[in-house]
Design a protein around this ligand. Structure first.
Ligand SMILES: *[C@@H]1O[C@H](CO)[C@@H](O)[C@H](O)[C@H]1NC(C)=O
Ligand SMILES: *[C@@H]1O[C@H](CO)[C@@H](O)[C@H](O)[C@H]1NC(C)=O
Ligand SMILES: *[C@@H]1O[C@H](CO)[C@@H](O)[C@H](O)[C@H]1NC(C)=O
Ligand SMILES: *[C@@H]1O[C@H](CO)[C@@H](O)[C@H](O)[C@H]1NC(C)=O
Ligand SMILES: *[C@@H]1O[C@H](CO)[C@@H](O)[C@H](O)[C@H]1NC(C)=O
Length: 186
């Protein structure tokens, strides 16, 4: 993952990602897990995928940028349209945790830069790696024009984006595999 995403990964915190499910429960991402295509919610109509991180870590309580990318589009063997940007959001802050040992929710109250897109690996593709990364938000991040809501989601590079916007290396991250459901065309 780190080689294909061209990132230096020396994490200082644990990033846990949760997806809310229609029945009100949450699906917790386990790093490297195979997640069924139908185990993830459809596009959340602009809602951000909630993410939680430990509250008791020694990092700045400032703003954070969170990204989700597909490294393997259209196929892991020939990822010629990768990365696909599945989510990009800024202004995330740590929601105060009740218990210092508990994971604390990251929240943001401003629009995503790129709305969340449900993983949709094409039929017959092997599983794709969907990677979630969290960065310290750079001071002038809001001036960035590298990605706007109109920027194509394909041929993205989170590494180039981080370089262009001064994000540095990711503070943490996780990833899942999602394989297509070959029984349908969706
Ligand atoms: C990887 O990132 C570095 C900057 O950290 C950049 O100089 C290099 O061109 C990138 N490599 C690729 C293959 O994109
Ligand atoms: C998901 O993680 C949260 C926070 O660690 C935990 O409270 C919750 O019980 C977990 N849910 C499931 C279904 O594992
Ligand atoms: C990209 O990869 C796909 C899947 O292997 C292949 O069908 C397609 O022809 C490739 N496109 C280009 C421009 O190489
Ligand atoms: C992030 O928050 C700042 C300060 O409230 C605001 O100016 C900026 O527009 C926000 N960014 C986005 C992408 O909404
Ligand atoms: C769909 O087919 C591909 C290619 O054979 C395979 O890698 C993938 O695991 C299949 N999906 C499921 C859910 O079995």
């Amino acid at each position: 993952v780190t080689a294909d995403a061209n990132i230096t990964f020396t994490p200082s915190l644990i990033l846990q990602v949760q997806f809310p499910q229609p029945d009100g429960t949450v699906f917790n991402v386990t790093a490297g897990a195979n997640v069924p295509r139908n185990g993830l919610p459809p596009s959340l109509a602009g809602e951000d995928p909630p993410v939680i991180v430990p509250s008791a870590q020694s990092f700045d309580f400032g703003n954070f940028v969170i990204a989700m990318v597909d490294l393997d589009a259209p196929t892991p063997q020939n990822p010629n349209s990768s990365e696909i940007r599945h989510f990009l959001g800024s202004n995330f802050t740590l929601f105060p945790a009740q218990n210092p040992d508990a994971l604390a929710l990251m929240v943001n109250f401003t629009p995503a830069i790129s709305d969340y897109l449900q993983p949709t690996p094409p039929a017959e593709s092997d599983a794709h790696r969907y990677v979630f990364l969290i960065y310290t938000q750079s001071p002038d991040f809001d001036e960035q024009t590298f990605v706007t809501p109109n920027t194509p989601v394909s041929d993205f590079s989170i590494s180039d984006f981080a370089t262009a916007t001064g994000l540095g290396n990711p503070l943490g991250g996780t990833f899942i595999f999602v394989a297509p459901d070959n029984s349908t065309s969706a």
